[in-house]
Design a binder for this molecule. Structure first.
Ligand code: ATR
Length: 271
């Protein structure tokens, strides 16, 4: 593809952002559909991220990652909520904000466990950061209860208060939490490659439990490995990345992209 002055520029903004897989995913889809567009990763370090994002009005669309999702929502003229991971530039030059993280997670769940709605009544979310709350809000209307277990109890309580059916489980009582849950979602950094391996009490899980990890480096986290060893349904973190991206692509271009091709490209990029 030839880049010209007419080429539309898209970016993922974050700090840090250099390890983002989003350019691989979106440029793959842009090529699939022969679009005159390009997608880059843009580091955004600023004391005033709202103003900095507003100044990016030459971009046709943005993905937004940590720590700028709240600033992105503020920089948008219309929004779906207080946190935005997608911005689209409108004809009048303003940004509209969207959040595809929650629905992207549900898409990934549906892909890995098509019958999850019938199976998941009690949910345990490990962690209480932005990702945990986003997942909790997306799941909330579909399940009975959502228990947050977090190292810092106060943050867990805050997360629980942010959704109508939110509860807490003590971090030192994970065995009970694992034993009660139909669906467990891991959102902390404990699954990441550079962390000391955590001993999750997977042996306490119900035989029909679904275990999802939103971390994808490594793809097969210690939690997913032990879940699979027990024969439980295990869902990796690439699914959420791909599906939130697919929804962003559709918001920008009006095209549903190929998620299977995206997984192949991302696996190659991770290898
Ligand atoms: P994000 O918004 O990206 O989800 P975050 O707000 O930094 O990320 O949240 C990270 C999560 O990982 C939190 O739930 C955090 O627990 P605390 O609230 O107690 O900090 C959790 N976390 C990070 N390091 C941890 C550790 N060593 N043990 C247990 N939980 C940890």
């Amino acid at each position: 593809m030839t880049i010209t002055a007419a080429t539309k520029v898209y970016a993922v903004i974050g700090d840090p952002v250099s390890h983002s897989l989003s350019p691989v995913m979106h440029n793959g889809w842009i090529a699939d559909h022969s679009l005159d567009a390009v997608y880059v990763a843009l580091q955004l370090t600023s004391d005033d991220p709202v103003a900095a994002i507003e100044a990016l009005n030459g971009f046709a669309g943005l993905n937004v990652t940590v720590p700028h999702k709240e600033a992105a929502a503020k920089a948008a003229s219309r929004n779906e909520g207080a946190v935005a991971n997608v911005l689209r530039r409108e004809d009048d030059g303003t940004f509209s904000g969207f959040n595809t993280d929650g629905l992207g997670f549900l898409d990934s769940l549906t892909e890995g466990a098509p019958d999850w709605r019938a199976r998941a009544r009690r949910v345990l979310i490990l962690g209480a950061g932005g990702a945990a709350i986003g997942v909790g809000q997306a799941l909330s209307p579909h399940v009975d209860t959502i228990h947050f277990a977090n190292r810092t109890a106060e943050r867990g309580e805050q997360a629980a208060r942010s959704i109508p059916n939110g509860r807490t489980t003590r971090w030192d009582d994970l065995e009970r939490g694992f034993g009660h849950a139909d669906l467990i979602v891991q959102t902390t950094i404990l699954s990441m490659a550079d962390q000391a391996e955590m001993e999750w009490p997977v042996s306490f899980c119900r035989p029909n439990a679904i275990i999802a990890d939103i971390v994808y480096r490594p793809l097969e986290t210690a939690l997913l490995e032990s879940a699979r060893a027990r024969g439980l349904t295990a869902i990796d973190g690439l699914g959420m990345l791909i599906h939130q991206g697919a929804r962003a692509f559709e918001i920008w271009f009006g095209i549903k992209p190929d998620v299977v091709k995206a997984r192949q490209r991302l696996l190659a990029a991770l290898a």
